[in-house]
Design a protein around this ligand. Sequence first.
Ligand code: NAP
Length: 205
Amino acid sequence: MTAHRVGIMGGTFDPVHLGHLIAAREVARIHDLDEVLFSPVYQPWHKQMRGLAPAADRVAMLELALADDPAFSVTTVDVDRGGDTYTIDTLNDLDALFAGKHLGEGVDWFFITGADAIAAFDSWKSTDELLSRARFIGVSRPGHDLRLPEVQGAERIELLDVDSADISSTEVRELASRGDSLAGLVPSAVEQYIVEHGLYRSPQS
Ligand code: NAP
């Protein structure tokens, strides 16, 4: 029996945009993944972040963005656990969930995130264990430098220049703060949600 091949797309998704969807599809195609779980962090462990949009809004936007693709779904393991998000906890929680769902089948995990985040992999918690339990894929926007972290087991880490639209959540938030159109950057249902909930609006706009 072959193992179930599952991608975990990790990020803050503030908000999710079309670049994330294109990257997930590309990794799923290359690695023949059965499904991809988008896992929004509750709180990045390593940053004093600018105010993130509430987790409930980031999850709701992901649900809207993924509604048309049966192979994509949201997992709220990180949001439900709360506190700082460490990938080792994400993997532990998802392993426990899948042990019940795919009895005896086994799961091959592929953790997908931005290449910037992967470049700092050596500062993550439990790196040896992470690399023994999952493969890691850092996706980059065209034109960005790709750098593999210097850790033992780095052969389990792959960097991929995905020819996706050059979109960033920062750009989406900046446009939304001015009330500008987000067409071509986020799914239309996500744009509608941002407008209806007044997300990212600057006080003057
Ligand atoms: P982030 O601030 O959202 O993203 C950092 C960069 O990567 C941004 O340029 C971002 O672009 C891009 N990116 C993020 N997620 C992406 C994805 N799934 N696909 C393509 N590009 C993506 O995220 P982060 O705080 O660095 O964390 C990323 C993931 O790594 C999370 O799941 C986090 O839990 C994990 N992580 C774990 C540890 C640890 O365990 N110690 C440490 C660091 C990170 P956009 O802004 O356009 O999304």
